[in-house]
Design a protein around this ligand. Structure first.
Ligand SMILES: [Zn+2]
Ligand SMILES: [Zn+2]
Length: 285
Protein backbone atom coordinates (compact mmCIF):
# COMPACT_ATOMS: atom_id res chain seq x y z
CA UNK A 1 0.00 0.00 0.00
CA UNK A 2 1.33 3.44 -0.87
CA UNK A 3 2.03 5.71 2.04
CA UNK A 4 -0.56 8.38 2.67
CA UNK A 5 0.85 11.68 1.54
CA UNK A 6 1.95 13.81 4.46
CA UNK A 7 -0.31 16.74 5.17
CA UNK A 8 1.24 19.82 3.54
CA UNK A 9 2.68 22.22 6.12
CA UNK A 10 1.04 25.61 6.61
CA UNK A 11 2.11 27.90 3.79
CA UNK A 12 5.23 29.80 4.75
CA UNK A 13 5.30 33.51 4.24
CA UNK A 14 7.52 34.89 1.50
CA UNK A 15 9.80 36.35 4.19
CA UNK A 16 10.27 32.97 5.85
CA UNK A 17 11.06 31.33 2.50
CA UNK A 18 13.59 34.04 1.68
CA UNK A 19 15.19 33.84 5.13
CA UNK A 20 15.61 30.08 4.81
CA UNK A 21 17.18 30.49 1.36
CA UNK A 22 19.51 33.09 2.81
CA UNK A 23 20.52 30.69 5.58
CA UNK A 24 21.34 27.98 3.03
CA UNK A 25 23.50 30.39 1.04
CA UNK A 26 25.12 32.06 4.08
CA UNK A 27 25.56 29.59 6.94
CA UNK A 28 27.70 32.20 8.72
CA UNK A 29 24.49 34.24 9.26
CA UNK A 30 22.53 31.25 10.62
CA UNK A 31 22.17 32.47 14.18
CA UNK A 32 20.93 35.94 13.17
CA UNK A 33 18.56 34.36 10.64
CA UNK A 34 17.15 31.88 13.17
CA UNK A 35 16.47 34.73 15.60
CA UNK A 36 14.78 36.71 12.84
CA UNK A 37 12.63 33.71 11.87
CA UNK A 38 11.38 33.46 15.44
CA UNK A 39 10.68 37.19 15.64
CA UNK A 40 8.85 37.22 12.28
CA UNK A 41 6.72 34.27 13.34
CA UNK A 42 5.87 35.82 16.73
CA UNK A 43 4.95 39.17 15.15
CA UNK A 44 2.80 37.47 12.53
CA UNK A 45 0.86 35.68 15.29
CA UNK A 46 0.33 38.89 17.26
CA UNK A 47 -0.52 41.04 14.26
CA UNK A 48 -3.23 38.60 13.16
CA UNK A 49 -5.06 39.51 16.39
CA UNK A 50 -4.71 43.29 16.09
CA UNK A 51 -7.68 45.06 14.51
CA UNK A 52 -7.25 47.95 12.09
CA UNK A 53 -7.82 50.94 14.40
CA UNK A 54 -10.54 53.47 13.72
CA UNK A 55 -8.45 56.65 13.53
CA UNK A 56 -10.08 59.86 12.29
CA UNK A 57 -7.75 62.73 13.08
CA UNK A 58 -8.89 66.27 12.42
CA UNK A 59 -7.47 67.30 9.00
CA UNK A 60 -6.31 70.65 10.37
CA UNK A 61 -4.45 68.98 13.23
CA UNK A 62 -2.87 66.57 10.74
CA UNK A 63 -1.66 69.43 8.58
CA UNK A 64 -0.23 71.30 11.59
CA UNK A 65 1.58 68.21 12.85
CA UNK A 66 3.04 67.48 9.43
CA UNK A 67 4.29 70.99 8.79
CA UNK A 68 5.90 71.08 12.26
CA UNK A 69 7.61 67.73 11.62
CA UNK A 70 5.61 66.03 14.35
CA UNK A 71 4.29 62.50 13.76
CA UNK A 72 0.58 61.71 13.86
CA UNK A 73 0.03 58.45 15.75
CA UNK A 74 -0.98 59.40 19.29
CA UNK A 75 -0.51 56.83 21.99
CA UNK A 76 -4.28 56.53 22.44
CA UNK A 77 -4.66 55.64 18.74
CA UNK A 78 -2.64 52.45 19.10
CA UNK A 79 -4.99 49.44 19.40
CA UNK A 80 -3.08 48.00 22.36
CA UNK A 81 -4.65 45.06 24.07
CA UNK A 82 -2.50 44.84 27.18
CA UNK A 83 -2.61 41.10 27.58
CA UNK A 84 -1.59 40.68 23.92
CA UNK A 85 1.13 43.27 24.39
CA UNK A 86 2.49 41.62 27.54
CA UNK A 87 2.68 38.33 25.67
CA UNK A 88 4.47 39.96 22.71
CA UNK A 89 6.85 41.69 25.12
CA UNK A 90 7.64 38.50 27.03
CA UNK A 91 8.13 36.39 23.90
CA UNK A 92 10.36 39.06 22.32
CA UNK A 93 12.50 39.20 25.46
CA UNK A 94 12.71 35.38 25.48
CA UNK A 95 13.83 35.25 21.84
CA UNK A 96 16.44 38.01 22.27
CA UNK A 97 17.73 36.34 25.41
CA UNK A 98 18.01 32.95 23.68
CA UNK A 99 20.14 34.55 20.97
CA UNK A 100 22.21 36.49 23.51
CA UNK A 101 20.95 39.95 22.56
CA UNK A 102 19.55 40.47 26.08
CA UNK A 103 21.58 39.41 29.11
CA UNK A 104 20.26 37.28 31.94
CA UNK A 105 19.69 40.05 34.46
CA UNK A 106 17.76 42.21 31.98
CA UNK A 107 15.78 39.19 30.84
CA UNK A 108 14.71 38.42 34.41
CA UNK A 109 13.64 42.03 34.97
CA UNK A 110 11.63 41.96 31.75
CA UNK A 111 9.94 38.69 32.69
CA UNK A 112 8.93 40.21 36.01
CA UNK A 113 7.54 43.29 34.22
CA UNK A 114 5.50 41.14 31.84
CA UNK A 115 4.02 39.07 34.69
CA UNK A 116 2.87 42.11 36.65
CA UNK A 117 -0.50 43.13 35.19
CA UNK A 118 0.14 46.87 35.62
CA UNK A 119 3.88 47.39 35.40
CA UNK A 120 4.33 47.69 31.65
CA UNK A 121 1.55 50.14 30.87
CA UNK A 122 3.18 53.29 32.35
CA UNK A 123 6.60 52.31 30.94
CA UNK A 124 5.25 51.83 27.43
CA UNK A 125 3.12 54.98 27.60
CA UNK A 126 6.02 57.16 28.69
CA UNK A 127 8.45 55.54 26.29
CA UNK A 128 6.14 56.08 23.32
CA UNK A 129 5.33 59.67 24.24
CA UNK A 130 8.99 60.53 24.75
CA UNK A 131 10.25 58.84 21.59
CA UNK A 132 7.43 59.77 19.22
CA UNK A 133 7.28 63.45 20.26
CA UNK A 134 3.72 63.68 18.90
CA UNK A 135 3.01 66.20 21.66
CA UNK A 136 6.45 67.78 21.76
CA UNK A 137 6.93 66.86 25.45
CA UNK A 138 10.36 66.95 27.09
CA UNK A 139 11.88 63.46 27.47
CA UNK A 140 11.44 61.97 30.96
CA UNK A 141 14.45 60.96 33.01
CA UNK A 142 15.53 57.33 32.57
CA UNK A 143 14.87 55.42 35.78
CA UNK A 144 16.49 52.03 36.20
CA UNK A 145 14.80 50.37 33.22
CA UNK A 146 16.38 47.05 32.15
CA UNK A 147 19.21 47.21 29.61
CA UNK A 148 18.04 46.81 26.01
CA UNK A 149 14.41 47.43 26.94
CA UNK A 150 14.15 49.81 23.95
CA UNK A 151 14.87 47.01 21.53
CA UNK A 152 12.28 44.73 23.15
CA UNK A 153 9.65 47.49 23.36
CA UNK A 154 10.03 48.46 19.73
CA UNK A 155 9.76 44.89 18.47
CA UNK A 156 6.82 44.15 20.75
CA UNK A 157 4.86 47.27 19.78
CA UNK A 158 5.54 46.88 16.06
CA UNK A 159 2.52 44.67 15.19
CA UNK A 160 0.21 47.23 16.87
CA UNK A 161 1.84 50.36 15.41
CA UNK A 162 1.99 48.91 11.92
CA UNK A 163 -1.81 48.77 11.94
CA UNK A 164 -1.97 52.50 12.77
CA UNK A 165 0.18 53.41 9.79
CA UNK A 166 -1.98 51.15 7.60
CA UNK A 167 -5.12 52.92 8.80
CA UNK A 168 -3.74 56.46 8.48
CA UNK A 169 -2.21 56.05 5.07
CA UNK A 170 -5.74 55.49 3.75
CA UNK A 171 -6.96 58.71 5.40
CA UNK A 172 -4.29 61.29 4.70
CA UNK A 173 -1.56 62.24 2.28
CA UNK A 174 1.96 61.91 3.65
CA UNK A 175 3.80 62.52 0.39
CA UNK A 176 4.87 66.03 1.41
CA UNK A 177 6.70 64.82 4.55
CA UNK A 178 10.37 65.74 4.13
CA UNK A 179 11.80 64.89 7.54
CA UNK A 180 14.31 62.22 8.47
CA UNK A 181 12.06 60.62 11.11
CA UNK A 182 8.88 58.60 10.68
CA UNK A 183 5.70 60.62 9.91
CA UNK A 184 3.62 58.09 11.87
CA UNK A 185 5.53 57.18 15.03
CA UNK A 186 8.53 59.54 15.01
CA UNK A 187 11.22 56.83 15.16
CA UNK A 188 14.37 56.89 13.05
CA UNK A 189 14.76 55.07 9.76
CA UNK A 190 16.48 51.73 10.06
CA UNK A 191 16.67 50.86 6.38
CA UNK A 192 15.80 52.34 2.99
CA UNK A 193 14.76 51.30 -0.48
CA UNK A 194 15.85 52.86 -3.75
CA UNK A 195 12.83 52.69 -6.02
CA UNK A 196 13.00 51.80 -9.73
CA UNK A 197 12.53 55.56 -10.37
CA UNK A 198 15.74 56.26 -8.42
CA UNK A 199 13.89 57.93 -5.52
CA UNK A 200 14.77 56.79 -2.04
CA UNK A 201 12.20 55.81 0.57
CA UNK A 202 13.18 55.51 4.21
CA UNK A 203 11.75 52.69 6.33
CA UNK A 204 10.90 53.25 9.99
CA UNK A 205 12.81 51.12 12.49
CA UNK A 206 9.74 50.85 14.71
CA UNK A 207 6.52 50.71 12.62
CA UNK A 208 8.12 49.81 9.24
CA UNK A 209 6.21 52.58 7.42
CA UNK A 210 7.94 54.13 4.38
CA UNK A 211 8.30 57.75 3.30
CA UNK A 212 10.21 59.53 0.54
CA UNK A 213 13.47 61.27 1.40
CA UNK A 214 16.18 62.91 -0.67
CA UNK A 215 18.73 60.37 -1.90
CA UNK A 216 21.83 62.33 -0.86
CA UNK A 217 20.74 63.99 2.37
CA UNK A 218 21.58 62.41 5.72
CA UNK A 219 18.28 61.65 7.52
CA UNK A 220 19.98 61.82 10.93
CA UNK A 221 21.60 65.28 10.78
CA UNK A 222 20.17 66.68 7.51
CA UNK A 223 23.64 67.21 6.05
CA UNK A 224 23.06 67.65 2.31
CA UNK A 225 26.62 68.39 1.23
CA UNK A 226 27.24 65.58 -1.25
CA UNK A 227 30.97 65.70 -0.70
CA UNK A 228 30.28 64.68 2.91
CA UNK A 229 28.24 61.60 1.99
CA UNK A 230 30.10 58.35 1.29
CA UNK A 231 28.26 55.65 -0.62
CA UNK A 232 29.26 52.08 -1.37
CA UNK A 233 27.45 49.03 -2.70
CA UNK A 234 27.66 45.25 -2.66
CA UNK A 235 29.28 43.71 -5.79
CA UNK A 236 25.88 42.60 -7.12
CA UNK A 237 24.54 46.15 -6.72
CA UNK A 238 21.60 44.89 -4.67
CA UNK A 239 22.44 46.75 -1.49
CA UNK A 240 23.96 50.15 -0.82
CA UNK A 241 25.24 52.06 2.20
CA UNK A 242 25.01 55.84 2.49
CA UNK A 243 27.24 57.13 5.26
CA UNK A 244 27.47 60.68 6.56
CA UNK A 245 30.86 62.18 7.30
CA UNK A 246 29.31 64.89 9.48
CA UNK A 247 27.41 62.80 12.06
CA UNK A 248 29.21 59.53 11.23
CA UNK A 249 25.98 57.56 10.94
CA UNK A 250 24.97 55.34 8.04
CA UNK A 251 21.88 53.84 6.49
CA UNK A 252 21.63 50.71 4.38
CA UNK A 253 19.33 50.45 1.36
CA UNK A 254 17.90 47.82 -0.91
CA UNK A 255 18.35 48.90 -4.52
CA UNK A 256 15.13 47.82 -6.21
CA UNK A 257 16.54 48.96 -9.57
CA UNK A 258 18.67 45.81 -9.58
CA UNK A 259 16.17 43.51 -7.91
CA UNK A 260 13.69 40.82 -8.84
CA UNK A 261 11.46 41.35 -5.79
CA UNK A 262 10.31 44.26 -3.63
CA UNK A 263 12.16 45.18 -0.42
CA UNK A 264 11.55 42.86 2.56
CA UNK A 265 12.83 44.56 5.67
CA UNK A 266 12.94 41.40 7.80
CA UNK A 267 15.11 39.72 5.17
CA UNK A 268 17.18 42.59 3.81
CA UNK A 269 18.31 43.93 7.19
CA UNK A 270 19.77 40.47 7.93
CA UNK A 271 21.21 39.88 4.45
CA UNK A 272 23.15 43.12 4.89
CA UNK A 273 24.75 42.34 8.27
CA UNK A 274 28.16 42.11 6.51
CA UNK A 275 27.60 45.70 5.30
CA UNK A 276 27.16 46.82 8.91
CA UNK A 277 30.54 45.34 9.68
CA UNK A 278 32.04 47.12 6.65
CA UNK A 279 30.48 50.45 7.64
CA UNK A 280 31.66 50.16 11.26
CA UNK A 281 35.13 49.27 10.07
CA UNK A 282 35.16 52.58 8.24
CA UNK A 283 34.28 54.35 11.48
CA UNK A 284 30.53 54.83 11.02
CA UNK A 285 27.90 53.99 13.63
ZN1 LIG B 1 7.28 54.63 12.45
ZN1 LIG C 1 24.55 62.94 9.22
Amino acid sequence: MPDRPARPPRAESREVVELKQLRAAHPELASAIDMQLELVEMQRRVQARVPLPWIHPDPEWLATQQSAGRPVVRFGDIPLDWSDFRLAFRQTADILHRYESVDRAAHQQMQALSRDGNALQPIVTEWYQATSRVDDLPPPAADGAPANIDQVLLLAIRPFLTRCAEALIQRADFSAWRFGHCPFCGWEPDFAVIMPSGDRRLICGRCVAQWPFDQLTCPFCENDDRSQITSFATPDGLYRVNACNVCKRYLKAYDARHAARPVMVAVDTIATLPLDAAAMQRGYQ
